[in-house]
Ligand binder design. Sequence first.
Ligand SMILES: [Zn+2]
Ligand SMILES: [Zn+2]
Length: 206
Amino acid sequence: MILKKLVLGPLASNCYIAGSEAAKEGMIIDPADEAKTILKNVEELGLEIRSIVLTHGHPDHFGAVKEVKEATGAEIAIHTDDAKLLRQQTLGLLFGLYYPKPPAPDRLLNGGDSIDIGDLHFSVIHTPGHTPGGICLVGHGVVFSGDTLFNYGIGRYDLPGGSYNQLMDSINSKLMALPDETIVYPGHGPETTIGAERRGNPFLHG
Ligand SMILES: [Zn+2]
Ligand SMILES: [Zn+2]
């Protein structure tokens, strides 16, 4: 699997470009900001982008979605329960971020759906708690965890639609069910593994 991480925007959000070596097709997870940087990397990797997947509907993760969609023609996919967040200007104010209005999503995701890019197959896990429609994408030994699970941290649950109990349930029942060696690529900060978080994440041990 081709995998490139970019750290973008004022909140240092992680954007991932993942692709199939064989098919030269790829997806962009969370085009956070700086469309030109994202598109330059896509070109360097030689990938045809099929899908733009938003782990959740916060503006620090979709700032460049309009430009990236226009440049690639790829489908925009987001969980059903977060689609409405794309239209909420108030969230931008809350985050102090101002971006072009995102286009309407092309595909509404639900838990259990799969995202297929060439010979790559990722499963959508619904992980509410940070937002109602937060998702993680699992496949090929990795999980893209959005703002649900971080390296020795967890997502905020105090924003509109957030819930501590839901977040902990999402992490404990869905993410901690993954094998220890699974590499975690979060929405902010460095990567980690499920095993490292199971053993050492202070928020998972009370
Ligand atoms: Zn967020
Ligand atoms: Zn974020």
